[in-house]
Write a protein that binds this ligand. Structure first.
Ligand code: ATP
Length: 583
């Protein structure tokens, strides 16, 4: 298959802002793709070369790509750089160099999907001292044969900035429409086995029946089950039918630990990235706990001071803060423990359909506790007062609050879904009028007066899963200290766009539009109807959306979350509804 066929679809997808049209165009692309190439076409459309859990992210440094364009198009590095500054985008710069080449009729062979994917794979796999040079040559080799528009997309992909405006949910819908499979079973397969390339091949070969083969496998991360929220223990017990298991809500990093058949341990983040190498102490402790092979357990990685047993906030050892003064040392001084709270696969047996109390028993049987591996503290109760005492104790011990878990017959593990089988109740709920939200900046406004030279405010959005889009919910201008404002200039420059991102729905204008990429924790006073924001537009009131009133940045960049993990529009709606009920 020719790479040009994919690029034709990319161009059309980018020309429309209508999601149905994007989906239809992608569906056409997928149905035209021979099955043996489908995997590559799906990954390339996701802007990657492998499924996320295999690593190998594209994202070459601009400097290297400039050199590759120079080599591939026969220009000097200075010329490329100059045009890059003029056009603001290396992809477009490359395209215009290739146009000049076309006029000189210097074309060679046509690029195939296999060739492009193959070179990209070599780029992500290249290591060692001469790898930079090799990567540059691999890209130049593609550009040498690329048509102008192919050059545009090769460059954007290799930079890790494809920006088609297509999320995984849109790809799922397009695959469903190409091969006549409903979204629900596709989404289920994707949650258990998040490899859209493999899923695409299965349904191309066998239709919906192909999805039956997707089951939980040690080594392949599962999309996490998530919690809803309620403002009191009384509300929680009412919702869970009178009884619930209350667990400490550890303030750390969610980790899915996989024990493979050969006994080796792999760790995955909530975004399904392989993070095994970052936590060698956790891997070693898990091995010591003698888990059964073919097991998946879930827990929270928390720094715990060995001398006192005191839990510290995870930020203390997180990468971002690690750059700051003195904390490098803390990383070595404070070992990270894993506190386990669930089990999905036990000795090769899928236990996700067992109710929570049974899974907890299985968890306690599948490995032992050792230094660095423990089980979440919990209490099963029907008494709100006892629950409140447990909550206070959890706060005192350094946790964020509790996660209440249904103990009913139907309390199965629901991969990738947020529901009331798990309900979080955090300390913030009692201090703020509403819960905090994790929102995505999609636009920015230049600062004035004291803030000139930096950004003065950000346009923030929630994520709407159904429409796979980001809907604005507030302008955020408070809660920033001077250091953050200065640091933000560089951070936002890296994700600046020429116009509104196609996945952003906004009635407001911004000085600068941003790629939805970052997630920021925001507190607010209340949720109100809004004539200007698009969050849940027309859902509760004709012509109105929802907005967060008095939003304030809490200083926490949620780099453990992808933009699709941000607070969803559905959550904002339920926060609004709860607020109306309690006021
Ligand atoms: P938050 O922003 O409140 O941390 P979240 O959006 O990351 O939440 P939720 O599912 O809403 O995720 O809240 C549960 C989160 O709390 C989990 O993702 C997990 O990281 C963490 N957690 C800590 N302790 C527990 C526990 N005992 N059971 C389940 N999750 C826990």
């Amino acid at each position: 298959m020719l790479y040009g066929q994919i690029v034709d679809a990319y161009v059309e997808v980018q020309e429309t802002t209508k999601r149905l049209e994007m989906t239809a165009r992608l569906a056409q692309l997928f149905s035209e793709t021979p099955t043996d190439q489908l995997r590559m076409v799906v990954y390339l459309t996701q802007g990657r070369v492998h499924p996320p859990f295999l690593g190998g992210e594209l994202g070459l440094a601009e400097k290297l790509v400039v050199k590759a364009i120079a080599l591939g198009t026969g220009h000097s590095v200075d010329e490329v750089q100059e045009l890059m500054y003029d056009t603001g985008d290396l992809g477009t710069a490359c395209e215009s160099f290739l146009e000049r080449k076309v006029q000189m009729a210097l074309f060679t062979e046509e690029l195939t999907v296999e060739k492009v994917h193959g070179n990209f794979v070599k780029v992500v796999e290249a290591t060692g001292s001469s790898s930079q040079d090799l990567k540059m040559k691999l890209v130049a080799d593609l550009l040498h044969s690329a048509s102008p528009v192919e050059g545009r997309y090769i460059v954007r992909t290799i930079l890790g900035r494809l920006r088609l405006g297509v999320g995984d949910m849109t790809i799922i819908d397009a695959l469903g429409s190409a091969y006549e499979v409903e979204r629900e079973p596709l989404e289920r397969a994707y949650n258990l086995h998040p490899d859209l390339g493999e899923i695409a091949v299965a349904i191309a070969e066998q239709g919906a029946d192909g999805l039956d083969g997707f089951s939980i496998t040690a080594g392949i991360p599962v999309h996490c089950m998530l919690a809803e929220r309620l403002p009191s223990i009384g509300d929680i017990l009412e919702r869970t039918g009178g009884t619930a298991a209350l667990e400490y809500k550890y303030d750390g990093l969610r980790v899915q630990a996989h024990i493979l058949l050969d006994g080796s341990v792999e760790l995955f983040s909530r975004q399904l990235e392989r993070i095994t190498d970052q936590y060698p102490d956790v891997v070693a402790a898990l091995k010591e706990a003698e888990p059964a092979a073919g097991t998946i357990v879930e827990g929270e990685c928390v720094p715990i001071v060995p001398e006192t047993g005191e839990m510290l906030p995870f930020q203390v050892v997180s990468r971002r803060r690690g750059r700051k003064h003195g904390l490098e040392k803390a990383m070595t001084d404070i070992p990270v423990s894993i506190v386990l709270f669930d089990c999905l696969l036990a000795g090769g047996e899928d236990v996700t359909l067992k109710p929570y109390p049974e899974r907890r028993k299985v968890l306690e049987g599948v490995l032992k506790t050792v230094d660095g591996v423990q089980f979440a503290e919990y209490l099963i109760t029907s008494d709100p007062d006892e629950g409140e005492r447990f909550f206070s104790e959890s706060i005192e011990r350094g946790s964020e609050g509790i996660v209440a878990k249904s103990v009913a017959e139907d309390s199965i593990y629901r991969a990738g879904s947020r529901g009331f089988l798990w309900i979080k109740y955090k300390r913030d709920y009692r201090m703020e009028l509403t819960d905090t939200l994790d929102l995505v900046p999609v636009g920015a406004y230049r600062g004035r007066g004291k803030r000139s030279g930096v950004y003065g405010a950000l346009l923030m959005a929630s994520y709407d899963r159904q429409g796979d889009s980001f809907e604005t919910v507030c302008k955020l201008g408070t809660g920033f200290d001077d250091d953050t404002l200065a640091e933000m200039v560089g951070m936002l420059d890296g994700i600046k766009l020429e116009g509104k991102h196609p996945r952003v729905s906004s009635r407001l204008d911004a000085d600068i539009w941003l790629e939805p990429k970052l997630v920021m924790e925001v507190a607010g006073a209340e949720i109100t109807h809004s004539p200007v924001h698009t969050c849940a537009l027309d859902r509760l009131k004709e012509g109105a959306g929802l907005a967060v009133r008095f939003p304030r940045f809490l200083g926490n960049w949620r780099d453990d979350k992808s933009p699709e993990d941000a607070t969803s529009t559905d959550e904002v709606v339920s926060m609004y509804e709860r607020q109306v009920k309690t006021s």
